[in-house]
Write a new protein. Structure first.
Length: 192
């Protein structure tokens, strides 16, 4: 609702700028659009809410798309705008929406070595890819170190823990399937 209020509030000043750019008076614009000069004045000052009946003739007079006239936010943007969050001393950058199940993707930054004396187990399946730095992965009895470009995948019902293995931070791409979904990764194209 705040976004709608902001968009509508910006219409009046935008109309005033367009009229000035076109060098028109309120009277001239009124003649072109069939909208009274007083209504145009109230629109520009924000005293009147814009409606389609008022905006369509103005968009036509200024020869701009209606979206541009009102400064509407773009739709159909395929990018995901999710906010990073911190948990367990790590920064998580969500790369997928949390829509109750299915695979979830995160970029994770582990800035310091952490105590790994307690391994956790839970439902799911996880895939880790090290983007930068080194990661120490405890997986049951196994103690592994992964470098940049290496990946690991495991059933999260197996006790596990991981942290940075080097003096600096580690960055990982993590894919997690809460219902145990496995990742299907190809290292190279299939040969025929």
């Amino acid at each position: 609702m705040e976004e709608l209020t902001a968009v509508l509030g910006a219409v009046g000043p935008r109309l005033r700028v367009l009229r000035a750019e076109h060098g028109l008076t309120l009277t001239e614009l009124s003649t072109t659009t069939g909208i009274s000069a007083s209504t145009l004045s109230r629109l520009e000052s924000g005293q009147r809410k814009p409606t389609l009946e008022l905006l369509l003739p103005l968009a036509q007079a200024y020869r701009v798309p209606l979206d541009e006239l009102v400064g509407a936010p773009e739709t159909g943007d395929p990018r995901i705008h999710l906010r990073p969050f911190n948990r367990y001393g790590r920064t998580f950058v969500p790369l997928t929406r949390q829509l109750g199940g299915g695979l979830q993707a995160y970029k994770m930054v582990i800035s310091r070595q952490e105590d790994m004396s307690e391994q956790r187990a839970h439902e799911g399946y996880e895939w880790l890819y090290v983007l930068a730095g080194r990661v120490r992965l405890l997986l049951g009895e196994r103690d592994l170190v992964l470098g940049a470009g290496e990946a690991a995948e495991f059933d999260t019902r197996l006790p596990h823990a991981f942290t940075t293995a080097g003096p600096g931070p580690a960055e990982l791409l993590c894919l997690f399937g809460g219902q145990g979904e496995r990742m299907h990764v190809r290292a190279r194209p299939a040969t025929r």
